[in-house]
Design a protein. Structure first.
Length: 131
C-alpha cells in the first residue's frame, strides 16, 4: 500500500503515520520522514534514549521494534500540530519473545520541516506486568 504524504503536517498525517506503525509498514513510515531524519527512542544509554541519525539508521531502529514486539500496536491515538511541532499520544501494547507483556501510555514529540517529520522523540511510561 502506497502512502501519500501531504505538503503540510496535520492530525490526519499523524494518524496515517500511526496507522503505518500498526501495519508494521517500515516503507510507509519512512515516507513520512525527512531525508535527514532523527529518531530518539524512549530508552537507551543517553539522556535522550538512543539517538538514530539518518534514514538508514532510523529505518533499522523502526524495524527493530517489531523484532522485539512482533505484535506491537499503538492504540487510542490522539494528535495535535502547532507550527513546526506536533504531539501524538498513544497506548502501546505488545508481547516480547519471552512472553512478557507491555501495556503503557506514551507520546511522540515531533519536530517538522517541509511537510515531513524531522525528529521523532519518543517517551513512554515504564510498567511491569505479569507474564
Amino acid at each position: 500500500m502506497q502512502t501519500v504524504v501531504p505538503d503540510e503536517v496535520s492530525t490526519d498525517f499523524l494518524q496515517a503515520f500511526a496507522d503505518a506503525w500498526n501495519r508494521h509498514d517500515v516503507d510507509a513510515l519512512m515516507s513520512f520522514m525527512a531525508e535527514d531524519c532523527v529518531f530518539e527512542s524512549s530508552a537507551g544509554p543517553d539522556a535522550c534514549g538512543t539517538r538514530y541519525v539518518g534514514r538508514e539508521a532510523v529505518r533499522i531502529a523502526f524495524a527493530d521494534v517489531w523484532a522485539v514486539f512482533p505484535d506491537a500496536q499503538w492504540g487510542n491515538a490522539r494528535h495535535f500540530v502547532h507550527g513546526d511541532r506536533a504531539v501524538s499520544e498513544w497506548t502501546f501494547t505488545g508481547k516480547r519473545a519471552d512472553g512478557s507483556r507491555v501495556e503503557v501510555q506514551g507520546c511522540d514529540l515531533f519536530t517538522l520541516r517541509g511537510g515531513k517529520i524531522l525528529l521523532k522523540n519518543s517517551y513512554r511510561k515504564n510498567r511491569a506486568l505479569p507474564v
